[in-house]
Design a protein around this ligand. Structure first.
Ligand SMILES: Nc1ncnc2c1ncn2[C@@H]1O[C@H](COP(=O)(O)OP(=O)(O)OP(=O)(O)O)[C@@H](O)[C@H]1O
Ligand SMILES: [Mg+2]
Length: 279
């Protein structure tokens, strides 16, 4: 096996949250270099919050984040700028700018952060769009793309600066199972092609099972598990089993307290019935 040069991400006693209140704390984790770590957990468990903090979009409450050998909290502005350029992010909806054609959306980081000539930029843009199967869509605007195409376009943009670490937040949400499986495959290919470390946040267990080298499970304000997929699948921990087996056991069923509107719709309903010839 070829040794990866991609950096690992290490968290030391990290607590993340908002307004000084922790959402998840006591995190001592490593996302190994050149491998794919899945961060999973129920809705609201703090997956996106953790990602935002690693990307330094939010200050940590306590603890440290290391990118390779660099302590992210003690970097100068210039050093931070350089580290940022080594990180690619695929946001949930692709985060494309609606007013720009696809080619200009993808070119944005190159125009902002490099001094490449326009012809070189367009060469890279065409290459990346080709890689994600959107070579034909350069001239389209984001609202002319399907959800799956938008995700792939977001991936092309995340890859345009040749990042060493790629973060993806819910890359398969909103996609049908076939498209999800295709995107999973694409992510794997990209990781190998570019020799990257990947951190993928998801609650898609099928994706987790298809992709993960390493898994981190968040819940109850802490890390409930870190290790490989086989260890996780063997767990006897009831919370983890519940999560893996996707049962709602032990949860109170939601109770409906208000009756349907029924006759309260009154005039409006009678009017509609009349218009539809049902009265
Ligand atoms: N900007 C914010 N300010 C204050 N609280 C926030 C903010 N963003 C998220 N939270 C809170 O942090 C907690 C974790 O949210 P987060 O978005 O990280 O969850 P998640 O695990 O990504 O969930 P999902 O699977 O639904 O995306 C939630 O209780 C949420 O209300
Ligand atoms: Mg989230």
């Amino acid at each position: 096996m070829v040794m990866s040069k991609a950096p690992s991400i290490r968290l030391e006693n990290l607590a993340v949250g908002y307004g000084g209140k922790a959402v998840v704390g006591g995190l001592n984790l490593e996302f190994p270099g050149g491998r794919l770590t899945m961060v999973v957990g129920g809705s609201g468990s703090g997956k996106s919050t953790l990602l935002k903090h690693i990307l330094q979009l939010q200050p940590a409450i306590e603890g440290k984040i290391f990118f390779g050998g660099h302590d992210m909290c003690s970097l100068s502005r210039n050093q931070m700028h350089c580290i940022r350029q080594r990180m690619g992010v695929l946001f949930q909806d692709g985060a494309l700018l609606g007013s720009l054609r696809l080619k200009d959306n993808i070119a944005l980081p190159l125009r902002e952060h490099t001094r490449l000539k326009e012809a070189e930029i367009m060469d890279i843009v065409a290459d990346r769009l080709e890689l994600v199967g959107l070579g034909h869509a350069l001239e389209l605007f984001p609202n002319e793309l399907s959800g799956g195409m938008r995700k792939r376009a977001g991936l092309a943009r995340a890859l345009v600066m040749d990042p060493q670490v790629l973060f993806c937040d819910e890359p398969t949400s909103g996609l049908d199972p076939v498209m999800s499986a295709e995107l999973d495959q694409l992510l794997l290919e990209m990781m190998r092609h570019f020799d990257m470390t990947m951190v993928v946040v998801t609650h898609d267990l099928a994706s987790m099972r298809a992709l993960a080298d390493h898994v981190v499970v968040l819940g109850d304000g802490r890390c409930l598990f870190q290790g490989n997929l086989e260890e996780l699948e063997r767990t006897g921990d009831p919370y983890l089993r519940n999560f893996l087996d996707r049962t709602a056991e032990g949860r109170d069923a939601p109770r409906l307290t208000r009756p349907p509107l029924g006759q309260d719709r009154g005039v409006m309903k009678r009017n509609c019935d009349k218009i539809l010839g049902e009265s």
